[in-house]
Ligand binder design. Structure first.
Ligand code: ADE
Length: 236
């Protein structure tokens, strides 16, 4: 998978490209990264990428021309996804991450300023927001989305099962985890996890997962297909 970030601040990406799973994924040949500074495509003397809004108002608007030329220079394959980061986009979700994860190529358009010239939106296959708050630019949002996509590439996580059991992938929040020691500062690991009884452990995890979701994110249960047993647990 090829990931390209169109950004005025290429230096923001150096930390993620060279760390942890992102770095390993590139070393294993599963992902390649590049950043295009679209200022270099601006067709005016001072490489200005923004301008005043028609109709007046506060703030500057990102011009269409540098983004169009930068995208054309990339010679994208016809199934490439072009993701525009903006607070007006659809919400980023695990489902969206899975859809994007099957693409061969994704380009992220990261704006700053008050907004995009509306004609930039015609280039996008997806407009995505990472939450109901306004960031200073799309870079951090593009990293969040790319991270959620990279970890779904096959072979990127050591343990494929762990991605399958993630919160959201199952429709529920994940159950609690513990590791050694069995008692830490008076806080004990639940007996069932030390019992070696796999069926009871599975049942405990499922119940805890349901309980957590019920307590913290009851909205997720609206879309979750409960088994009869799960419905009984929820009503206990
Ligand atoms: N740019 C500014 N705010 C944003 C958000 N919440 N999500 C994606 N891109 C953004």
């Amino acid at each position: 998978m090829k990931l390209t970030f169109l950004s005025l601040f290429p230096e923001m990406y150096q930390g993620v490209f060279s760390s942890s799973i992102w770095k390993q994924a590139e070393e294993k040949g599963q992902v390649t990264y590049s950043v295009t500074d679209f200022r270099q495509y601006a067709d005016n003397k001072h490489n200005k990428v923004d301008d005043y809004p028609f109709g007046g108002g506060a703030g500057m608007v990102l011009r269409a021309q540098p983004i169009y030329d930068a995208i054309e220079s990339l010679q994208l394959s016809k199934d490439a996804r072009v993701v525009l980061l903006c607070p007006q986009g659809g919400p980023h979700t695990q489902e969206k991450a899975e859809q994007l994860a099957s693409a061969e190529e994704i380009v992220f358009i990261c704006g700053h300023y008050e907004g995009y010239d509306e004609r930039i939106r015609s280039l996008a296959t997806d407009e995505i927001s990472i939450g109901d708050y306004v960031l200073t630019g799309g870079e951090l949002a593009s990293m969040v989305i790319a991270d959620s996509v990279i970890r779904l590439q096959s072979g990127v996580l050591g343990n494929e099962q762990s991605a399958k059991e993630d919160s959201f992938q199952t429709g529920l929040l994940e159950h609690p985890h513990y590791t050694r020691p069995a008692e830490f500062r008076g806080m004990k690991v639940p007996d069932v996890l030390l019992s070696g009884h796999h069926r009871n452990i599975e049942e405990w995890r499922k119940k805890e997962s349901l309980r957590r979701t019920y307590e913290r994110r009851p909205d997720l249960l609206e879309d979750y297909d409960q088994s009869d047993q799960e419905e009984k647990w929820l009503n206990e």
